[in-house]
Design a protein around this ligand. Structure first.
Ligand SMILES: Nc1ncnc2c1ncn2[C@@H]1O[C@H](COP(=O)(O)OP(=O)(O)OP(=O)(O)O)[C@@H](O)[C@H]1O
Ligand SMILES: [Mg+2]
Length: 271
């Protein structure tokens, strides 16, 4: 049983930074790559095929272990290793759940359309998988973060994680945090340079699906980082604290020099 563990569902538009944020979780990190986009991720990577071999040993040569998830069975096999405890990972990322659901549909029906009776099966396969994974945050001594990403879609004026069928309304309840990630542009008052700033909305909002059951975090987290969030929630060791404080001073100085400008990107209105 681990006390230092967090589960989160991150949704946002394409390019918002979901994959980047998800992989800021503690390493060694298991990255279930359903979108085949891991080649763009920064960091030392290693590949793993759970259908044919055991997870790699954390020998210090890699930080991110990538499973190219071309079939749902690989996700299920990877979960078996996680559940058994025979793995080196501190974090597990599914990128993305929207795409993973398409793999589950393929497993059930191949490339054919789902029939009415198939929807119940899809719901149960996906909800068991998501909740089993979520439960690792809290039951596995080593796992500190379970992070699931999703594309965002507008459902009658509310931007929510995109999933087909009933699961779309259920999935936000399963995680400690459901966050909407968005980009805001700010202008440096001295140089005039415009730069992107990432924000993660985790508080209730009428137009964006977001929530948090975690105390101690602001409603909107600027420049979010999962490892920093874990340290904020659960505390950190003294050496990390010195680094974090130094980073906070630099960030605050940078912040002083910037003002928000309109971007055209959808942004949650201020509270
Ligand atoms: N915090 C950040 N600081 C600087 N650049 C970032 C940050 N987060 C993301 N980026 C950059 O923005 C681009 C998009 O990021 P990323 O791939 O993580 O987005 P995404 O939401 O996963 O997109 P997609 O929906 O297409 O998968 C990348 O070039 C990435 O390097
Ligand atoms: Mg991505």
């Amino acid at each position: 049983m681990s006390d230092r563990a967090l589960s989160a569902l991150l949704h946002g538009l394409s390019g918002a930074g979901k994959s980047t944020l998800a992989t800021s979780a503690p390493k060694p990190l298991l990255y279930l790559d359903v979108e085949m986009a891991s080649r763009f991720l920064r960091g030392r990577k290693i590949k793993w095929n759970p259908l044919v071999e055991a997870p790699p040993v954390a020998d210090g040569t890699w930080d991110i272990c990538v499973v190219s998830l071309d079939e749902f069975a690989k996700a299920q096999k990877a979960y078996e290793y996680l559940k058994s405890g025979r793995h080196p990972f501190k974090s597990v990322v599914v990128d993305s759940i929207s795409e993973l659901q398409s793999k589950a549909v393929e497993q059930i029906k191949g490339r054919q359309q789902l029939q009415t009776q198939d929807w119940g099966k899809l719901l149960s396969v996906m909800s068991f998988f998501c909740r089993d994974l979520r439960d690792l945050a809290g039951t596995d001594d080593n796992i500190e973060a379970v992070i699931i990403t999703a594309m965002s879609r507008d459902y009658d004026g509310i931007v929510k994680p995109y999933l087909q069928g009933q699961i779309a309304s259920q999935v936000p309840y399963w995680f400690d945090i459901t966050g909407y990630l968005y980009v805001q542009q700010t202008q440096d008052q001295i140089t005039g340079e415009i730069k992107d700033v990432r924000n993660l909305l985790i508080g209730n909002h009428p137009n964006y699906e977001a929530k948090s059951r975690v105390p101690g975090l602001p409603t909107v987290i600027e420049n979010p980082d999962i490892t920093v969030m874990l340290n904020t929630i659960f505390g950190e060791d003294a050496s990390q604290q010195v680094v974090a404080e130094a980073q906070a001073v630099v960030a605050a100085a940078a912040q002083d020099q910037t003002v928000s400008v309109p971007t055209g990107m959808p942004e949650p209105p201020s509270f």
